[in-house]
Design a protein around this ligand. Structure first.
Ligand SMILES: *C/C=C(C)/C=C/C=C(C)/C=C/C1=C(C)CCCC1(C)C
Length: 246
């Protein structure tokens, strides 16, 4: 007990966040928001029947994985003062495939096959690995790797907006079709925030945005809050609507 008390001051070992440190601020608020969203999804999942319970669980896992990574990224930024690129991409490579799983789970009622899920997951991994190469490994070829990443992104957008996923959503109709449409908009508009962040982080492109307080990490953090929490809330809304349809 006594030794625990001695250790307590260590827990209070926090770094000050300067009032103009938008990166530090958005990491901090992002972390809290992800935690709160996770609590919300986990605590509400049991009020839904089995099919939707899994979807809400996945929504909670997405924000929970992000909360843990934001905890580390906030710390890394405060201590090292650099972009936590590695943690960022580990977070994405875990959470973006889970968002692809979410599309599959929603469309399962209409007979979605696992192959659709794996196609989307594979494309998302290509998108993120090539993005990581451009951002962290082959900086001189950021444009080329960004382009490859963008192609994988367009493939995902195509598949859900016009491809087989779209047909399944139409076949399902009702709250499923509505939710699918909303999630499609998230991918088309919400995910488009990330290439902007990438360009803001590549010297000589849009790094002038940083002068407006919109540097790469701030843009990514805004994108994550919208896409992870918003995406989960759409799924939650669909579950509520489906329950009411019965
Ligand atoms: C929760 C995290 C999400 C939804 C992350 C999504 C990330 C992207 C859609 C990233 C896309 C990129 C491009 C399309 C080109 C430039 C490189 C990336 C990886 C930033």
């Amino acid at each position: 007990m006594y030794s625990l008390l001695l250790k307590l001051p260590l827990l209070a070992d926090v770094t000050k966040i300067a009032s103009d440190d938008y990166v530090g601020f958005t990491f901090f608020v992002g972390c809290m928001a992800m935690m709160a969203a996770s609590a919300f999804f986990f605590l509400s999942m049991n009020s839904f029947d089995r099919k939707w319970k899994t979807s809400i669980l996945v929504s909670g896992l997405i924000t929970f994985i992000a909360a843990v990574h934001y905890w580390y990224m906030r710390d890394y930024w405060a201590g090292v003062g650099e972009s936590p690129t590695f943690f960022r991409y580990v977070d994405w490579v875990l959470t973006v495939p889970l968002m692809c799983v979410e599309f599959y789970l929603i469309l399962k009622v209409a007979g979605a096959k696992k192959s659709l899920m794996w196609k989307l997951i594979a494309a998302s991994v290509v998108m993120l690995v090539t993005g990581y190469f451009g951002e962290a490994v082959f900086r001189d070829n950021a444009a080329l790797w960004g382009l490859l990443s963008g192609l994988a992104y367009f493939y995902i957008a195509y598949e859900i907006w016009l491809g087989s996923a779209k047909k399944l959503a139409v076949a399902a109709g009702g709250s499923v079709l509505k939710a699918h449409k909303m999630l499609c908009w998230f991918v088309l508009v919400g995910w488009a925030i990330y290439p902007l962040g990438y360009m803001a982080g590549t010297p000589g492109w849009y790094d002038g945005l940083a002068g407006l307080g919109l540097n790469m990490d701030v843009i990514y953090n805004i994108g994550d809050a919208i896409n992870k929490i918003g995406f989960g809330l759409v799924v939650y809304g669909a579950a509520v609507a489906a329950q009411d349809e019965k």
